[in-house]
Design a protein around this ligand. Structure first.
Ligand code: ADP
Ligand code: MG
Length: 267
């Protein structure tokens, strides 16, 4: 579904060059939920912008269903971290969700259906005629998720979407993402700096090194598909996985070779 091959991004700011991403290669199959975890500043947002066609890579390529991404692809939706800036304050909640559907050119009756369904799916059926600034942060982020879901994307990109909400809301939103993913069968690339969140949500976790950024390891999350905050997080396997990811990220910071790059018998 989604292929990222040899992606490199260097920002050119006059005399100062920043190599945000050195070399990233990974693949997402249709319907997968993959988390990408890495320390702040390692280039996660840069990567997502390249995948979303909002930024041109310095080299390498992004393929969506085999076709190179050169601008925002029609089948993709993005949820950003800053919900405050991603919703239009002068539009009501329903109108915010409706806007991309209008741009898609859908007929009015179908748009109505999609908006109602999406807001119900995120538990905001009653908030349709409110303005975003009348809602809490967690509710605003749910509006942003509803907007992405109503759009019926094939691929949903999420960039640290819950970093700015409180812990309880965050747990609820994580479960909401898993529930929507099960229901819609959409392919999700979820970016976070939070190791626990990555292991809790993902079928796989791609561990990024700190800058200059490469994929350090791809980890399969062999936890049961039915996850809940209490039992999954208390599962011995969950603890083992999160410890492993943490070790990898710390080793990356110290510049140690990754397991896959290390020679035979070096463990
Ligand atoms: P993350 O999302 O993982 O925190 P970013 O992708 O935002 O990381 O940033 C990666 C690196 O690229 C950082 O060193 C950051 O300062 C730099 N960077 C990000 N955007 C720009 C830009 N527009 N111009 C120059 N440097 C940038
Ligand atoms: Mg970021």
């Amino acid at each position: 579904m989604l292929d990222v091959r040899g992606l490199k991004k260097v920002y050119n700011g006059g005399a100062r060059q920043v190599e945000a991403i050195r070399d990233l290669t990974f693949t997402l199959s249709a319907g997968e939920l993959v988390c990408l975890v890495g320390p702040s500043g390692c280039g996660k947002t840069t990567l997502l912008k390249c995948v979303a066609g909002l930024l041109t890579p310095t080299s390498g390529e992004v393929l969506l269903q085999g076709r190179p991404v050169t601008g925002p692809p029609p089948g993709m939706a993005v949820v950003f971290q800053e919900y405050g800036r991603s919703l239009f304050p002068w539009l009501r909640v329903g109108e915010n969700v409706d806007l991309p559907l209008r741009q898609k050119g859908l007929p009015k009756a179908r748009r109505r259906e999609l908006v109602t369904e999406a807001l119900a799916a995120v538990g905001l059926a009653d908030a349709e005629s409110a303005y975003p600034w009348q809602l809490s942060g967690g509710m605003q982020q749910r509006v942003a998720i509803a907007r992405a879901v109503a759009f019926e994307p094939e691929v949903l990109l999420m960039d640290e979407p819950f970093a700015a909400v409180d812990a309880q809301t965050r747990a609820d939103l994580e479960d909401l993402v898993r529930a929507l993913w099960h229901k819609l069968g959409v392919t999700i690339l979820f970016v976070t700096h939070d190791i626990d969140e990555a292991v809790y949500l993902g079928q796989r976790v791609l561990i990024l090194s700190s800058s200059p950024t490469v994929v350090r390891e791809e980890l399969t999350v062999d936890l049961p598909d039915t996850r809940d905050q209490l039992h999954t997080r208390g599962h011995p396997r969950f603890t083992a996985l999160r410890t492993h990811v943490q070790e990898q990220i710390q080793a990356a910071k110290r510049g140690l070779p990754s397991p896959s790059a290390a020679g035979d018998g070096e463990e």
